[in-house]
Design a protein around this ligand. Sequence first.
Ligand code: ARG
Ligand code: ZN
Length: 857
Amino acid sequence: QPVRLAEYRPPAFLIETTRLEFHLEPNTTRVKATLAIRRNGDHAEPLVLNGERLKPISVAIDGRVLSDNERTIDSEFLTVPDVPNAFTLTTEVEIDPENNKALDGLYMSGGRFCTQCEAEGFRKITWFADRPDVLSRYTVRIEADKAFHRLLSNGNLLNSGELPDGRHYAEWEDPFPKPCYLFALVAGELDELADSFTTLSGRKVELRIYVDPGMAPRAAYAMDALKRSMKWDEQAFGREYDLDLFMIVAVRDFNFGAMENKGLNIFNSALLLADEATATDLDYERIESVVAHEYFHNWTGDRITCRDWFQLCLKEGLTVFRDQSFSADMRGAAVQRIKDVRALRARQFPEDAGPLAHPVRPSAYLKIDNFYTATIYEKGSEVIRMLKTIIGADAFRAGMDLYFERWDGQATTVEEFIKCFAEASGQDLTGFFGWYEQAGTPSVSIGQSWDEDSGVLELTLRQSTAPTPGQPNKQPLPTPIAIGLLDDDGRPLRETEVVLLDSAEKTVRLDGVTRQPVISALRGFSAPVRLTIERPAKDRYVLLAADPDLFNRWEAGQELARDLILSRAGGTPDEVGEERFAEAMGRALGDQAADHAFKALLLSLPSEQDLSLAMDPADPGALHEARDALRARIAVHLEDDLRRLHLSLQEVGEFSADSDAAGRRALRNAILDLLSAQPSSDTLALAVGHFEAAANMTDAMGGLLALVNLGGEACDKALTDFHAKWKDEQLVLDKWFAVQARDPSDGALGRVLGLTAHPDFDSKNPNRLRALISTFASMNPARFHAEDGSGYRFLADQIIIIDGFNPMTAARMVEPLGGWRRYRDDLGALMRAELERIVAHPGLSKNVFELVSKSLA
Ligand code: ARG
Ligand code: ZN
């Protein structure tokens, strides 16, 4: 039975204070909860609390233990029919953290206790009103064997001390009311990296990062990112941190990236630990953005939370927008924007075009865990970005200020959030709300007619959105389209202006256009839409060479490449066009004004997933070959330049993780990647040299990936050496698994299957599963979509196995099969057959069932 937004009811009972006492034991942890409960409103409903997988010990009201017939306990709820209007509920349960391989609730990772409660994990710890609109003040007492050296929870440490029998305890108090999904507990042996930050108003905040013993130096970059985030939120949003202590803990077994528990963020160690030897620049970049994201949640998520889980984008879309803005300030706006859009297109566009399409604010779900999607996060952020574009930066900031002031300490809704901006800007944003309620990526087209004599350019903008599951009829949405004009020599004709396309069709008249115009539209990707412009092919070359909007300069190159690849995949290669494109790439590479990171992005052709969305029906094998052919042509055409550049970009001197140095490495790796499309003994020697001379993990992985693309003995040797060198470094081993999952050769699946039996393969660890299985399914389309269906069968087998102990992670692997309707009929049928096999599996979790059954519907 799905949960529906329309059925929201305020909580029947409120929990004013919560005291938790943990007696930690790996298999028999006791949890005693003392809750001060008050009836909410005038009704006679029973008390119903969530609780799953709990072994009941006792339930008492106002100190009196209830008999079995005064309460009922089933697999989901504790129900007490008859309760006073205000009372103290005391319960005690036993749980088994060590055998919790779902990694939801209280579990053990690497011999340490840790928690993950969002969205509904707290109910696996104790009976509670496990919903985000019940905010409570917590005190927590943790008792454990002294081997579990650190005892951490939310808020401030009240006291700690010794106990008999080699045990000890700590008591924590969190002064801020919070929903239970923000509760956290960590216990175990951990090293500490300590620092502090002084807020704008002069308060000193202690900062602590806890990691596996010996790893503290690798938390230095995360600590630096944290301090920069704290400062940035003060400057950009006027938000100061509120407790005296802020802690982050890194754990190796984690279903997602990280979690914003109040005052005690818990991170997947892959998104926290970095040094030059073991982490790539991409890791550094993600660490910076995730540390910022979780920190920013302190205001957008923790101080102001969601009324119900349908409002998830209220905190996630907004917080992604905030972390993207931070990264843009740290690393350069244009390059950041291109990367964000590339990720949106790779993950969100396919979701929006398939059976799992849902609005940014969905209205029904079976398992909320399935809605931590690219749509909620990334499209949710795009919607906020458009809001800012439409009302302007000042009104946007005023609206945010109003939101913080009005809703601090409360749980609220997207409607209330938007209301703040309507008030601050004086604009009617009713239509804008459609962006939250309507699924699907709108298509926008622009037609042009220019009259040389009058100097008038008429642009006709149209929008439409294809039906998505459950939404056959779509409305036009208010869509900001940023437009500038160049002349055909690439000189600016008109600066950027934003046209608000708020109807199905709109005509815009621009005067004073005295030279043949080249349109640069959707600058900076001003809206999450698919754009087509009616225009001569040469215009794209003008934009690629000269658009002052770097996003559109990059975009022009992507579109040119896409069309060339699609022509080739469709059997009509445009060889002249390919030469011309290669030449233009060469000129772009020689541009002294452009930075390295930008050039690296320019050189990276559209991804195969991206291309498959533009081909109907999609033929992954043909796309892979066509894309390789274009890469090879560029490599041949520019070989000398590319080699010279590769040499000149070599690392000299000290390693730096900053964005300039990272850009240089990215360009050098992109060049090697291009060159590896044209196998030869020279290329092989170059790749081997690149790999063997690597002084940091970014270069090593660039070299290794090229070698995997080239295959053969040199590749096998490099993989063996790499494993020998890094066999004790789990995060590096993940990279070793992942790079092999990207093997483009026919033998890839055999290699991957072999790796599932490797002694270092650990199916209980989500990072390792993602490294091998998800990388194969989503980053190796040519092999995943093997004609005989073997790739699909492999993924389905894995989903079924993993679902047996970790439904959340299993559910996240369904997506590559979900888009079956978009593929060639024979492939689509094979994919569908695997989905049917999964859904028929007895004992399937709700998580996997929901996604698979929707994919088949
Ligand atoms: N709130 C966390 C974050 O953004 C993610 C929690 C994921 N939980 C889940 N059940 N999918 O950063
Ligand atoms: Zn988040």
